[in-house]
Design a protein around this ligand. Sequence first.
Ligand code: G6P
Length: 375
Amino acid sequence: GAVELGPYRHYMQKEIFEQPRAIADTLEGVTGIVPELFDGIAQPGRPRPAAWRVFQEIDRVLILGCGTSYYSGCVARYWLEDIAAIPTQVEVASEYRYRASVPDARTLVVVISQSGETADTLAALRHAQSLGMRHTLTICNVATSAMVRECELAYITRAGVEIGVASTKAFTTQLAGLFLLTLALAQARGRLSKAQEDAHLKAMRHLPAALHAVLALEPQIISWAEAFAGKENALFLGRGIHYPIAQEGALKLKEISYIHAEAYPAGELKHGPLALVTSAMPVVTVAPNDALLEKLKSNMQEVRARGGELYVLADAGTQIDNGEGMHVIRMPENYGPLSPLLHVVPLQLLAYHTACARGTDVDKPRNLAKSVTVE
Ligand code: G6P
C-alpha cells in the first residue's frame, strides 16, 4: 500500500521516528539466542541451510558493504571481537572485489545491505564465493532480494520500506541484527553464559524505550542545526565503537545538507585535523560514558584550546557541561555495548534539520540514488 507521510515533513524524518518500532519488530519473536535466527531461506532443490552447522565451521568473519551498511559492519567488528572473540575484518565492497586477497574457507562472509541489490556488494559476495568461501550470510532488509537468494544464511531486518535516500532505520535494524549475530556466534563458541544472554536480551528489550527518550531531544538538536546551517565544514569525533558512529554522522550531514564533514577517531586529532580547527569549524563529539571518556575529554580540551566550538552528545554521568564554546546535549543513561544504536539518532536528526534549514531536497539529495544497482 501507499506509504503515507502522516505528520512528518519528509520520509527521512518519519523513518528516523519509526526506529523504536523498527527495533521492536526486529526483536519480535527473539525469545532467546538461537542460531536458527540466521538460517538460510528454503529454495527448490536444496535443504534449508542451518546456521548452527555453519557456525561450527568458521573461525573468522569478513564483513562487506557500502555506504551506511559498511558503517554498521564497522560497529559490529567491535562486538564480534569483544563479545564473541572472533577475528573480524570489515571492508568496503567496491575495494574488496578488485584486490588480490588471501581466501580462507573458514571465514563467514557477511554482506550487509538495505536493498540486497547494491551492485558492488553483490559482486563482492560473488567474488568471495569464487575464491572458495562458501559460508556466506546476509543482513538485509528485503527478503526477496538477490543477496538473500545468493547467500547461504540470511537475517532479514524489519525496518519496513525505507524511502529516504539517506538510510536511517535500516542502519539501526542492521545493528540490532548484527548484535544478535554476535551473541549467536558467542554462544556457538561457548562464550555466552545464560546470565550474559539474559542481560543482553534485557538491554535489547529496553532499546525502543531508550530510542523514544533520544528522539525527545529533537528540539535541542534543532537549535544545533540552526548553527550548523551556516557552516561549510564540520568535524565529527568518536572513539572505539563510536568512531563508526561519528563516520555515519558525517556521512548523513554530507549526503543531505551538502556540508563537508569528516570523521576522525579522536586520538588522531593531533596528527592532522587539529590544524583545521578554528571557530568556523563545529566539532561534533560522541561522548558516551565508557572506558575512553577521560581520553576523549582531553581530545575535547585540545579543540577548545584552539577556539573550536564543541557540540557534544554526552551520556548522563559524564560530567561534561555547557559552557563557553561547549554545547552539550545530555543523552539517557549509558547503554553499554548497545550505545551506538542510541548515539546515532541525534546525528541523524542533526543532518536532517540542518538540511531542512538549508532548504535542500532531503529525501532525494542531488547526485545520489537510494540503491546503486550499476557499478
Ligand atoms: C546508496 C544509498 C545509501 C546506502 C548505500 C548502500 O549509496 O544512498 O543510503 O547506504 O547505497 O545501500 P544498501 O542497499 O546496499 O544498503
